[in-house]
Design a protein around this ligand. Sequence first.
Ligand code: SF4
Length: 317
Amino acid sequence: MAELLASGGTTEMVRAVLDNGADAVYVGAKGWSRRRAQYEMDDDQVLVSAEYARSMGKILRVAFNTLPASREIPLLLAKVEKFTSAGIRDFILTDAGAMRELSLRFPGIQIHASVGCTIINAGDARFYKDAGATQIVAECRMGMEEMRRIREEVGVGIEVLVHATTCYTLLGRCTMSSYTRQESRIDAEGKNHFLGSPNRGGLCYRVCLAEWDRIGENGETEASMLVLPNQAYFLVDDIPALIDIGVDTIKIQGREYSVPLVGRMVRFYRALMDAYTQDRSSFSIDPWKERMAGIVSARDGERREKTEGLISESLTA
Ligand code: SF4
C-alpha cells in the first residue's frame, strides 16, 4: 500500500496532517527548504513534530532540499547529526554530494531525492540512487509507464505529487525567480539565503505567472499580457492506477495553504486510497471527482491570493 505523505508548514499543520490520516509528514528545516521561512521550522519545532509523529507510529521527514555551498556543508551535517540523534531517520535532499555524504556518515537513514532534482528518466534515477537516495520524486510530467519502468529497472522507490502545479520550465532547473530578487543574506548560523532562488535558500516568486510582454528583435512590443502555462493538476483519476503500479508514496504539497484546507485534502486522499484498496472490484472514481471539485476551488482561491502577493512582492523589491 502506498504511503500518503503531506506537508507540515507549522507544528499545527503537522498535527492536522497526521490526525487526518497521512502516514507521513514532511517539514522544511529553516533556511534549507524551498519555501519561505514562515513555512519552515526551527530545530525545536522539528523535534517536537517528530515526537508527535513517533507517538502515532508515523514518519516525519525533514527537507534539506536546497543546494549547499561547500562552506555550508558543516552546518548541514551538524543539523542532521542533531536530528538523527533524536531518532529522525528520514530526509529529503536535492544535492547529490550532500546525499552521498549523509548516506556514508549516517548509515540507515532514508533519503528521498527531492522534486528539485528534476528526475525525468531512468538514468537520472540511477544517478541519485548511486548517490544514496532510496526514493525519488517523479518530475511532474512523468508518465505512469516511465514511473513503473524506473521502479522496476532501477530498483528505487517512486514518489508522486498528486495535488500540485506543473512549472512552466522544469522546476528544479528554473532560475526565473532569482532574476527578480538578486539579494542574499547570511543568517546567524552562517547559512546563505539567495532571496529569489528556491534552490539556494530563498523562494520562488512565481514570476512565470506574471503578465509578460514579448519584445521583438528591434525592441518593439509584439504581444502584451502574455501568461505562461503553469497548470494545476489533481491526479484523482490516476490514484487507483498509481497504487496498482506500486508507487511508494503519494504526496500532497501545500505548506503555504491554511491548516483546515490541508487537513481537508489529507482526509479526502486518505478516504479515497482506503476505499480503493479495500474493495477494488466495485470501486468507482466518479463520486470522488465530485467531492474533489470543492477542494480544487478552495485550493485555487488560496493559491491565487498567495501568487498575487508573491508577484507583487517580486516587482516592488
Ligand atoms: S517561476 Fe514558475 S516555472 Fe519557475 S519555479 Fe517558479 S513556478 Fe516554477
